[in-house]
Design a protein around this ligand. Structure first.
Ligand code: NAP
Length: 260
């Protein structure tokens, strides 16, 4: 299937690894030119080189923290008029809310709620004027089914979800769509480090913990980031203009509901 986005321009945030990288790769395979961001320049450059080598598209690496105004300004300077924006950042740490101070919450809200909102603010009117825009926010399955130890993630992402639900309906008439992708367990460094933490705490080995995570999922496995990237590219397709304001859960069926 041709997604009809060859030659379009995208900013994909937090894309040197994991789900962001998978989204960037899937878009590049559709012929989309990329600006990708992450804080660690060396890893980001290596990812840009790998995507370029595989797909032949133009990939510009912009190192910076997307949770800061400077990081966002640098990404936007490299691609002032994106057709596609994929919002992503690292998730907040787990813990007990009794130990979190205002500064901890502000960091989570900056990264997982305000960074996407300010990037959307910077690009959405231009997309509307050009009558094409696809915005995808990477959130979490925890938006539908909160994870007790990830209270800051549950809270900050719920705030983003509420905001974009309203905005998506205001810009859809201009062929600008805003949707959210909600990952369940995908085999990325984040999942591996969570498994390593659980393994250490329980005296088991990491592979056993990861196998257990897979076994408890209806599919019998954890997700492959490439599957996530393909869903992102689909939401960005030219023919996806009628998919508006969705929260697409990619969790292998782990959320137990008659209507997911
Ligand atoms: P990952 O494998 O750890 O990759 C995170 C990527 O984001 C890296 O490229 C990292 O590079 C970059 N990054 C992190 N913070 C950044 C920032 N402030 N500015 C710019 N780049 C930043 O993580 P992932 O598993 O792909 O997760 C992506 C998002 O999905 C996270 O918010 C996570 O909480 C959420 N999520 C993941 C899963 C899962 O199973 N994987 C499930 C639910 C939710 P640098 O460190 O160099 O900046």
């Amino acid at each position: 299937m041709d997604f009809g986005i060859k030659g379009r321009k995208a900013i994909v945030c937090a894309a040197s690894k994991g789900l962001g990288r998978a989204c960037a790769t899937a878009l590049a395979r559709e012929g989309v030119e990329l600006v990708i961001t992450a804080r660690t320049a060396s890893e980001l450059e290596a990812t840009a080189a790998a995507i370029r080598a595989e797909t032949g598209v133009k990939v510009t690496a912009v190192a910076g923290d997307i949770a800061t105004p400077e990081g966002r300004a640098a990404a936007l300077a490299a691609c002032p008029e994106p057709d596609i924006l994929v919002n992503n950042a690292g998730g907040p740490p787990p813990g007990d809310f009794r130990n979190w101070e205002r500064e901890d919450w502000i960091k989570a809200i900056d990264a997982n709620m305000l960074a996407p909102i300010f990037l959307i603010k910077a690009v959405v009117d231009g997309m509307s004027a050009r009558r094409f825009g696809r915005i995808v926010n990477i959130t979490s399955a925890s938006v539908k089914s909160p994870i007790p130890v990830l209270g800051m993630s549950n809270g900050a992402r719920a705030g983003l979800t509420g905001f974009v639900a309203g905005l998506a309906r205001q810009v859809a008439k201009h062929n600008v769509t805003i949707n959210n992708l909600l990952p369940g367990p995908f085999l990325t460094d984040r999942l591996r480090s969570g498994a390593a933490h659980a393994a250490k705490a329980s005296g088991r080995n990491v592979d056993d913990v990861l196998a257990e995570r897979g076994a408890e999922n209806p599919t019998g496995r954890v997700g492959d980031p490439a599957e996530f990237g393909n869903a992102c590219a689909f939401l960005c397709a030219a023919s996806s203009g009628f998919i508006v304001g969705h929260n697409l859960l990619l969790d292998g069926g782990a959320f137990n509901s008659s209507i997911a």
